[in-house]
Design a binder for this molecule. Sequence first.
Ligand code: ATP
Ligand code: MG
Length: 392
Amino acid sequence: MSTTEPAPRIAVIGGGQLARMMAQPAVALGVPLRLLAEAEGVSAAQVIPDRMVGDYRDLATLRTVTEGCSVVTFDHEHVPTEHLRALAADGVIAHPGPEALVHAQDKIVMREAMARFGAPQPRWAVVGSAADVEAFGLPCVLKVSRGGYDGKGVWVVRTLDDATEPLAAAEATGVRLLAEELVDFRRELSALVARSPSGQAAAYPVAATLQVDGVCREVVAPAPDLDPALATSAQELALRIAGELGVTGILAVELFEAVDADGRPVVYVNELAMRPHNTGHWTQDGAVTSQFENHLRAALDLPLGSPAPRARWSVMVNILGGDDPAVGRLYDGYPHALARDPHLRVHLYGKELRPGRKVGHVNVYGDDLDDLLEQARHAAAWFRGDLGNESE
Ligand SMILES: Nc1ncnc2c1ncn2[C@@H]1O[C@H](COP(=O)(O)OP(=O)(O)OP(=O)(O)O)[C@@H](O)[C@H]1O
Ligand SMILES: [Mg+2]
């Protein structure tokens, strides 16, 4: 037997930062990745040498990129279901598989499934006209069932006039619209689990996430002051969803923490993601096994790694491009940011700074939550270019 006997190769569809961050544990595990990137030079294409450029909507391209790979997984959720079934017939198994993935692709399909097995969720309905929206009741939230991200495709509707744009957007794209009650949540939580094909599962501590304008800004794990019984039930809910839907790999369940009519704390399912998720980036440094490593382990049906935290608290803050890209600094920000806090862990995605664009994040972990928040926020603001410009 050769001493360099190769490990099974994993195909990854999509060249964003999630695929890029899968490359790190793949290197450590000695597992080769093959990437399908949407263009030369995108985030993951900078770090995965075995790659091709092509369109994930084209079956022939998917067949080419997965040739010689045991399994295929994803940086995003948009690969058509029928293509994944065709690949499975060729012997290339997708993790997550098409039957599970559809619940992360289509919010109406997801709502129907949550209703089927009694997962707590906001009141919702499919709507197709202003009259439907009026009958559902205002205020409400309208969402396109497919294709939304980072708050694009989500509208808070307080008057019937506010419904005009989402109704037109749905009509123009042929996508169905979902109405949800406007949840008066205390905060947003994320229950992150990994599940392998043979059914082993691991649950990370439930994290609190701050979204601004529909974009994740900060994550704290575990969620401060979270009722322990609610934390356990959120983890159990995520494990149950993963099992019921047959999810393989990482499942992130975005939750609203609210109080019910009797004043008791409750969680409601907002949406599902079936890939490493922004709310789990803290695990790269703050957990024994990162979400990216457990996603790969699950894809290969290897035993999962411990999701245990390394410290009492972990904080992640996203680095977003500022309003004026000219004042942002990424590599140039290192001397100050790294000198100010030797505990800071920086993750940059190899993307150009553009207003509002996620270009990286910082992680810190330790005992003093206020200190950690200050350190991570300062570093993210520094990279964004919001601090220290006056001295230049
Ligand atoms: N029913 C609701 N009630 C109150 N706020 C909501 C509701 N649904 C969504 N929101 C707010 O809008 C944000 C974005 O909604 P959602 O997660 O459904 O959209 P998305 O654009 O697909 O998000 P992502 O970027 O996570 O894929 C939520 O994180 C939450 O802050
Ligand atoms: Mg969301």
